[in-house]
Design a protein around this ligand. Structure first.
Ligand SMILES: *Cc1c(COP(=O)(O)O)cnc(C)c1O
Length: 395
C-alpha cells in the first residue's frame, strides 16, 4: 500500500504532489512506484553533489560509528578541519557552525548587533533588501523582503529597513546613526535569481567601509561552488565582513556556517551556541563536500555546465518567444513572459516514462538548481524535456 494513505499524520505546511520518494542517485530521484525523475531542483540547491553522493555517504557512515556528538562544549576533529578549509578558501578568519541557513543568519544578525554595542554606540539597524530572503525564524523573516511577510507573524523584529537591490542611493538614504550593517544575497534566489551588479557590490563595499558599517553576504544559496566560484562574493572583487553558508555546505545534510573577519568576532562566552552546532557527524559531511568542490577541475566544470545551461535556455527562449534568462553559474532562471511556470512544473513532473523536477519561484519564471556535478548529457536531456513540455502547453 502506498505511504500516501498516511500523509495526514504530517502537519500540512505546503501543497505537495502525490509522490513519495524512496531513493536518489546523482541527478535522479525514484518514487515508490519506481518512476525516475531528472532533478533540477535538488532540494533547493542543497544537494551540490547530487542525491546520496558516495563521499558524503561514506563520511557520515564512518563518522557515525566513530563519534556523533561530544557536545558543543568540547572540540572535535571534523569541525576544526572544516573551519580550517573554509577560512583558508575565503577572506574570513573564524567560523561558527549552525544547522540551517536561517540559524546562521540569526547568528550574523546577533554578531552585527553585538559589534554595534561594542563599537558603534549601540547601533543595531541592518539594512536589507526588498524581495530578499534570509530564512523563516522571526528575525530572518523580518530581515527578508518577501511581500506579505511584514504582517504574517506581526509584530516583526525591529531594525531591518529595506533598500532596493542594485540601487546604491536607496541604501545611502537609509543610513543613520543607528545603522550597523548592510545584509544581502549576492544573487537574490527566492526573488527569482536576480544578481547584484558588479558596480553595485563594489559601490556598496566602498559605502559601508566609508560609513563604518559591516557588509554581510548571505551566501546560503550562492556559496559552495553554486555560482562557479567557491563563494559568489569572489565574482565581485570585494571582501565582505561576514558571510553565511547553508544548503550546499552539507551536500544535503543539515549544516550551515557563520564566518567573519577576526575584528568582527565579538561574541562573549554564552552569547552564541546551540546543542547540535559543529557536531562531528554533520561537519564530517561538510569536509567531504568541501574536498569534492575543491578538487582539481571541479569548479571549472561547474562553469562549463553553466555556460551550456545558459546557451540552452537562451535557445529555448528564442524558440518559444520568452524573455531570455539570467543567473550566475548553476543558479539560473528562464524568464517565461507568460504565467506558465506552475503549468510547466506540473507537466514536467508528469512526463512519462521519466519525469522532470523544476521549480517556479514566480509564475512567470523557472529556476534551475541542478547538482554541481550534473553531466552534459543530463543538461541536454533536461532541455529536451522542457522543450517537449512547452510544445505541449502551447499546442
Ligand atoms: C534557503 C535560504 C535561507 C534559509 O536557509 P534554511 O536552511 O532553509 O533555514 C537563507 N538565505 C538564503 C539566501 C536562502 O536561499
Amino acid at each position: 500500500m502506498s505511504q500516501l494513505f498516511h500523509v495526514q499524520s504530517l502537519m500540512e505546511i505546503t501543497q505537495r504532489p502525490d509522490i513519495v520518494f524512496v531513493r536518489g542517485h546523482g541527478s535522479w530521484l525514484v518514487d515508490e512506484a519506481g518512476k525516475r525523475y531528472l532533478d533540477f531542483v535538488q532540494g533547493w540547491a542543497v544537494n551540490c553533489l547530487g542525491h546520496s553522493p558516495a563521499p558524503v555517504a561514506q563520511a557520515v557512515a564512518d563518522q557515525a560509528s566513530t563519534l556523533v556528538n561530544p557536545s558543543p562544549a568540547f572540540y572535535n576533529v571534523p569541525s576544526i578541519e572544516l573551519a580550517l578549509r573554509l577560512t583558508g578558501a575565503s577572506c574570513f578568519d573564524q567560523v561558527f557552525f549552525a544547522n540551517s541557513g536561517a540559524e546562521a543568519n540569526e547568528g550574523a544578525i546577533k554578531l552585527a548587533r553585538k559589534y554595534g554595542q561594542k563599537y558603534r554606540n549601540g547601533a543595531y539597524r541592518i539594512i536589507t533588501f526588498n524581495h530578499g530572503f534570509h530564512g523563516r525564524t522571526l528575525a530572518t523573516m523580518s530581515a527578508s523582503g518577501k511581500p506579505g511577510w511584514d504582517t504574517l507573524f506581526a509584530p516583526q523584529v525591529d531594525g531591518f529597513p529595506k533598500a532596493e537591490l542594485n540601487d546604491l542611493d536607496s541604501v545611502r538614504a537609509l543610513i543613520d546613526d543607528q545603522t550597523v550593517a548592510v545584509m544581502l544575497e549576492p544573487v537574490q534566489g527566492e526573488a527569482g535569481v536576480i544578481p547584484a551588479s558588479v558596480e553595485f557590490m563594489q559601490g556598496l563595499r566602498a559605502l559601508t567601509a566609508e560609513r563604518g558599517l559591516l557588509l554581510i553576504v548571505d551566501e546560503v544559496q550562492t556559496g559552495m561552488g553554486r555560482t562557479g566560484t567557491m563563494f559568489a562574493y569572489q565574482h565581485y572583487g570585494i571582501e565582505p565582513d561576514i558571510m553565511t553558508l547553508g544548503k550546499g555546505i552539507g551536500g544535503g545534510v543539515p549544516l550551515a556556517a557563520l564566518l567573519a573577519r577576526e575584528e568582527v568576532c565579538v561574541f562573549n562566552h554564552g552569547d552564541q551556541g546551540g546543542t547540535y552546532n559543529g557536531n562531528p557527524l554533520m561537519t564530517a559531511a561538510g569536509v567531504a563536500v568541501f574536498d569534492a568542490l575543491a578538487s582539481h577541475g571541479f569548479l571549472a566544470s561547474v562553469r562549463e555546465r553553466a555556460d551550456q545551461l545558459r546557451d540552452g535556455l537562451l535557445a529555448l527562449s528564442e524558440k518559444w518567444d520568452m524573455e531570455g534568462e539570467r543567473g550566475l553559474g548553476l543558479l539560473r532562471a528562464l524568464k517565461l513572459k507568460r504565467d506558465e511556470g506552475p503549468a510547466i512544473v506540473e507537466r514536467a513532473r508528469a512526463l512519462a516514462p521519466e519525469g522532470l523536477l523544476l521549480n517556479a519561484p514566480r509564475p512567470n519564471l523557472l529556476r534551475f538548481m541542478p547538482a554541481l556535478n550534473v553531466s552534459a548529457d543530463e543538461v541536454v536531456l533536461m532541455l529536451d524535456m522542457l522543450d517537449d513540455v512547452v510544445a505541449g502547453l502551447r499546442r
